[in-house]
Design a protein. Structure first.
Length: 509
């Protein structure tokens, strides 16, 4: 007779975080984290290993902002290499100089509201103000935590920070184009993170920024079937971490791949995913896994739970695997990090997950950004392709278990054009993530659809991080580690959750 587990599978969205004694300002809360000993991140985020999410643009944007990009296993080798090449070109080390040429700018007679709108769109806090003769007039420095107290219609010429000169010793210093060798010296002496470069006529040439952290760490998912040895050899030297991508990683081949990966690349963290039970956490930890990815059946594009009946509530997974991680650390002295993947829909869910997890892996979240690999649409049905950024309202999405995934694995992201030209080839086994070696025996365990567009990655991530920092600060913590130690969670009734959203009011957009 089958056994019945008396534990109830619970969702992240059912829980809220209680307040503590505040000791830090939200802006002082650190979201920095590490993956293994070699990867330092500014945010505890990993992109999901999804075709519709990760392409060259996502790798560059996420990596530059201190987020780990994970390349899907099911892409063609040529597409994987394009992502790696773009990411390598974008890499920066701490204290490197990053140049921004032709930055978006504003005029002196435009308003504060115009400048704020531009900063929120691009995510760049430094907005050059240039007059009608193309000369650099000054800068608006956007700080969302400390906005100007003047009305939005105030002209920029009345509030900007001017350039430093003989009459104004408190302005922003600048360098001429023939003085670029003095950039680091100038930034250090003036204690600033950027300096404008101008020509003899004071026309802005570019902005030079001092990089604050190492960027563009990247990982890749390794096949669990044929040719996994070849993939380790090919991709291992090019990435910072590798991982298994399976809806259920509990099989013998996963152990073989883990052991061989750690033999070949002992200093590179290797992750196992996905699992949902503590006994499996212990087994993979014993075999040398550096991090464990938890979650099954609760992803927004996933049908593993609804059609196959496998899975578990993500709150239950997070709590049980976090308990396993902490017990293992106390018993063995080894800290195996926990990544929670799936079922994360809001910043509240992100914060609840981070009360347990060292990092969170997200697909739907990153799928909504301008840099996502999938097509952008004007309409929800995906019939009208957006012709420019301003007309984007929806982004295409699909699961790795949907037939589209195998088409992309064969023909690339432009498979529709390839099919129109009838350039058909043999279809590879890209559904192996769900344990099928033949397409004829595979079940369709992902869906295809659209998600609402949110904007560019940088401003959206920064905005959402402010909510997370505020929640952590109000719990009485000032870092992710302290949050995991101090957070107190409470299950909320459905009526309570409804009450926590704006209600009894007609909201004006």
């Amino acid at each position: 007779m089958a056994k019945v587990n008396i534990k109830l599978s619970e969702s992240l969205r059912e829980y809220i975080i209680l307040t503590g004694w505040v000791k830090s300002k939200p802006e002082d809360v650190s979201l920095e984290t590490n993956l293994g000993d070699s990867i330092a991140l500014q945010y505890p985020y990993m992109t999901a290993r999804m075709q519709c999410v990760v392409g060259p643009e996502m790798a560059v944007a996420a990596g530059r902002n201190g987020i780990l990009t994970c390349i899907p296993r099911s892409l063609r080798d040529s597409d994987k290499q394009k992502i790696l090449d773009a990411n390598n070109s974008a890499k920066l080390k701490k204290d490197d100089i990053e140049y921004v040429e032709n930055p978006e700018h504003k005029r002196p007679d435009e308003t504060l509201e115009d400048a704020i709108r531009l900063a929120e769109k691009t995510g760049y806090s430094v907005v050059p103000v240039i007059d009608r003769f193309s000369r650099l007039y000054g800068f608006y420095i956007h700080n969302p935590d400390n906005l100007p107290t003047v009305p939005g219609y105030t002209l920029l010429k009345d509030i900007i920070t001017p350039l430093k000169g003989r009459k104004n010793n408190k302005g922003i210093p600048f360098l001429y184009a023939n003085e670029e060798n003095k950039i680091k010296e100038k930034l250090t002496a003036e204690k600033r993170r950027f300096v404008p470069i101008v020509d003899k006529n004071m026309v802005l040439q570019k902005l030079a920024f001092l990089q604050k952290f190492d960027t563009n760490f990247i990982g890749i998912a390794i096949t669990t079937r044929d040719k996994w040895e070849e993939e380790l050899e090919k991709w291992g030297p090019q990435v910072d971490t590798m991982m298994i991508d399976s809806s259920n990683a509990c099989f013998d081949n996963a152990l073989k791949i883990l052991k061989e990966a750690k033999r070949m690349f002992p200093k590179k963290p290797f992750g196992i995913g996905n699992i949902i039970k503590k006994e499996d956490f212990f087994r993979f930890a014993d075999e040398g896994a550096d991090y464990i990815i938890g979650g099954m059946g609760i992803g927004s594009i996933c049908q593993t739970g609804s059609e196959r009946g496998n899975g578990r509530g993500q709150f239950t997974v997070a709590k049980e695997l976090a308990e396993a991680r902490d017990y293992y650390h106390e018993s063995n002295g080894k800290y195996v990090q926990l990544v929670i993947d799936g079922g994360i829909s809001t910043t509240k869910d992100m914060t609840v997950a981070l009360a347990f997890a060292d990092l969170i892996m997200m697909g739907n979240y990153f799928n909504r950004f301008y840099e996502a690999a999938a097509r952008k649409f004007e309409d929800k049905e995906g019939k009208i392709i957006a012709s420019e950024e301003g007309s984007i309202n929806y982004v295409e999405t699909w699961g790795e278990g949907h037939p589209i995934a195998r088409l992309v694995g064969t023909y690339g992201m432009n498979f529709r054009e390839e099919l129109k030209e009838e350039r058909r080839k043999n279809i590879p086994n890209v559904l192996e993530r769900y344990g099928h070696s033949k397409i004829s025996t595979a079940t369709i365990e992902g869906v295809v659809g659209t998600v609402m567009y949110k904007g560019r990655l940088k401003p959206c991530v920064e905005r959402d991080a402010r909510y997370i920092r505020t929640t952590i600060a109000n719990s009485g913590a000032s870092s992710l580690k302290e949050f995991r130690e101090k957070a107190i969670l409470e299950k909320a009734s459905q009526e309570t959750l409804k009450d926590m959203y704006p209600h009894d009011i007609n909201i004006i957009p």
